[in-house]
Unconditional design. Structure first.
Length: 138
């Protein structure tokens, strides 16, 4: 029996106020992701060093922890996907919130450490082009 793929969740668009309200959850999840991502990098270095030193037992232990960390990251990314946002930078925690402002599709942009959503960039641009919301709302 053939199974149809699950229906895709419709793309969610956020107002600035909705994005700010979503930060209650997003901040926590992104904090977890940034922490786990850096742990993942450290664990990969531990695996590489153990293998280079032919300490295969230590490499196996680090590899197992690496797999557990990767699984936690997957769960956190699913949480962000459920909210309707996209993680754009794992290292510092940059998140995009799809939005339509004045009929134009844009990405509202937030970075870990910021108190609220204060930036935006073109819908198909990168976060390097982050601009203050004031430039969009003129």
């Amino acid at each position: 029996m053939e199974h149809a793929p699950p229906p895709r969740q419709a793309k969610r668009y956020f107002t600035i106020q909705e994005a700010d309200r979503a930060l209650v959850l997003v901040k926590r999840v992104v904090g977890d992701i940034v922490r786990e991502y850096h742990a993942l990098l450290d664990l990969q270095e531990a695996v590489d060093a153990a293998e280079a030193g032919h300490d295969f037992a230590r490499a196996d232990t680090a590899r197992e922890r690496l797999g557990q960390t990767a699984e936690r990251l997957r769960v956190y990314l699913e949480e962000l996907d459920d909210v309707g946002v996209s993680l754009r930078d794992w290292s510092v925690g940059i998140v995009d919130f799809p939005s339509i402002i004045d009929g134009k599709e844009v990405q509202l942009c937030w970075q870990a450490g910021e108190q609220k959503v204060s930036y935006w960039h073109e819908a198909h641009g990168t976060n390097r082009g982050r601009q203050p919301l004031s430039t969009l709302l003129v």
